[in-house]
Ligand binder design. Structure first.
Ligand SMILES: Cc1cc2nc3c(=O)[nH]c(=O)nc-3n(C[C@H](O)[C@H](O)[C@H](O)COP(=O)(O)OP(=O)(O)OC[C@H]3O[C@@H](n4cnc5c(N)ncnc54)[C@H](O)[C@@H]3O)c2cc1C
Length: 489
């Protein structure tokens, strides 16, 4: 019997990221991956936010010479029906096969017990005492594993009755062209184009191939992906020449449907990454969000594992659910606004995606899969009007200031020293979310100081007495820029 604290099932970015974080937190970790690596995987454009995550995981060295394409110009056809250059983006296109394999190898080199290729045959038991059977088909070896917690990171494949469609369904058609088949112009830039009834992404991959993905309504794909592909490329501003050309490999179709799993948390057994939620690929941030949520799930487990009472365990669950719901709600809200800005936004495909979902009317047939009202509350918060412009003017030090009268302290879930706790945080209608810390400084202990009417100079001096000078400067700047500090009448 192999004894572990945590068993992670699935070793995509979410699973390996969770394993690496759990190892950092001192747990005995196992990973079961059913595919041999390197394996084929879509989703190669990585957003710059991933760098913070790999830095936290101390994974940068393992990724240093990862083949990638970066620094190419980007061309966008979105708000206008014309292909326009966009300011430099920091997105890198990597080989996902390599990226995933390196993260997994790093987790194994740091002590994660790895079964690959392998599958879970059976799971029995209860939280803190799971018994899992893992089979390695190549040898027929069956391992018995005891684990306290299970992390399911098996991606979007597999059916889950508890998945709730938080945005309209989407299908992806994709193919690659060899560098020899295409005009070098096509390989010189990343392109994103809004088309009349679909959108496309085209970019050179490390190795020189051009990948094109067309995203459309699954009904439009129907049984004839080839004709949609042809229509999409013909209506493109830059890739028409490829419409009649056979790609280097057959056209492939997969689901790109956004969803949220309403049962991602079960005591002792949680879902992470695409097993818990999938985002509309328009933001290109699926991998980053999957990895970030793995970090949050690891902290939830760390909190749960350490808790001495039900209240402590409940904080872990609340934090997990809150992060899941807020990630999806903010993304759904952002996507709807982004779709609404497209030049073709009056067409059906675009109109459907420009409207965020609404809660069912009370009279409607209730469905067990409808997420908690929390999703719609988070969606409403994400859609609330932009805060007024920050005070970018420089007030003289003699200006009399005070906190805006709508400021309040409310308990908010925060992570302090890798554990979830409820800490008082400052709320104000001008803030997109409650803020407990600025520059690593808790705001609540300074509440009396912040709350009194005084000159800017007095406030700065008082903060500089209470904390490091750089932190005092950062808090002052935040107070002014966020708009919560106002001039006293
Ligand atoms: C068409 C499309 C384009 C996308 N483009 C982008 C993009 O450009 N940028 C971006 O950031 N995101 C993109 N995404 C999203 C991105 O691909 C996913 O968010 C990301 O792969 C999620 O990572 P994951 O680890 O949760 O799942 P996956 O990457 O799917 O990994 C799951 C792993 O679990 C393994 N597994 C599955 N079942 C089992 C089992 N029963 N036992 C053991 N192992 C199992 C699989 O073999 C796999 O290795 C795109 C998505 C789609 C659909």
């Amino acid at each position: 019997m192999t004894e572990l604290d945590c068993l992670v099932i699935g070793a995509g970015p979410a699973g390996s990221c969770a394993a690496l974080r759990l190892l950092q937190l001192g747990y005995r970790v196992g990973l079961v991956e059913r595919a041999s690596f390197p394996r084929d995987q879509i989703g190669e454009a990585l957003t710059p936010g991933i760098r913070n995550i790999t830095a936290l995981l101390q994974a940068d060295e393992a990724l240093t010479d990862l083949p990638h394409v970066a620094g190419r110009p980007s061309l966008l056809r979105w708000e206008q029906d014309a292909l326009l250059p966009i300011p430099h983006t920091d997105t890198a296109v990597v080989s996902r096969a390599d990226f995933d394999a390196r993260l997994l190898a790093l987790a194994a080199s740091r002590g994660a017990r790895l079964w690959q290729p392998a599958q879970v045959l059976a799971i029995e038991g209860q939280p803190e005492a799971w018994r899992v059977q893992v089979v390695e088909p190549a040898t027929g070896t069956v391992s018995q594993v005891a684990a306290r917690w299970l992390f399911e990171a098996t991606g979007r494949h597999g059916a889950a009755r508890t998945r709730w469609a938080c945005a309209p369904n989407l299908a992806a058609l994709w193919a690659e062209f060899d560098a020899t088949q295409v005009d070098p112009e096509c390989l010189a830039a990343t392109r994103v184009e809004a088309l009349p009834d679909a959108w496309l992404w085209a970019a050179p991959l490390p190795g020189g191939r051009l990948r094109i993905i067309v995203f459309a309504d699954p009904h439009a794909v129907g049984g004839q992906p080839q004709s949609l592909w042809h229509r999409a490329l013909t209506s493109s501003r830059s890739l028409q020449s490829l419409a009649d050309l056979a790609p280097a490999q057959p056209l492939r179709v997969c689901s790109a449907a956004p969803y949220l799993d309403t049962a991602a948390w079960r005591h002792g057994r949680v879902k992470i990454g695409d097993a818990a939620f999938a985002l509309d690929p328009i933001s290109g941030s699926g991998v980053e969000k999957a990895m970030r949520f793995s970090l949050q799930a690891a902290v939830a487990w760390h909190t749960w594992s350490d808790a001495t009472d039900e209240a402590g365990r409940s904080l872990a669950e609340q934090y997990f659910s809150q992060q899941l719901i807020q990630t999806c709600a903010r993304h759904v809200s952002w996507c709807a606004a982004h779709y609404a800005r497209a030049w073709s936004a009056t067409n059906d495909f675009w109109r459907a995606r420009s409207t965020p979902p609404r809660p069912r009317a009370a009279s409607a047939v209730p469905t067990p899969d409808e997420p908690a009202a929390a999703f719609f509350a988070a969606l409403a918060a994400a859609q609330s009007p932009e805060p007024p412009p920050a005070h970018l003017d420089r007030w003289p030090a003699t200006t009399r200031v005070r906190l805006d009268s709508a400021c309040q302290l409310v308990p908010q879930l925060c992570v302090v020293q890798d554990r979830v706790c409820a800490a008082p945080a400052l709320t104000n209608p001008r803030l997109p979310r409650a803020v407990a810390f600025v520059a690593d400084q808790a705001l609540a202990p300074h509440w009396p100081l912040l709350h009194r009417e005084q000159t800017l100079g007095e406030l700065h001096d008082a903060l500089a007495h209470a904390m490091r000078p750089e932190a005092a400067g950062a808090v002052m700047t935040w107070l002014q820029r966020s708009g919560v500090l106002v001039q006293a009448a």
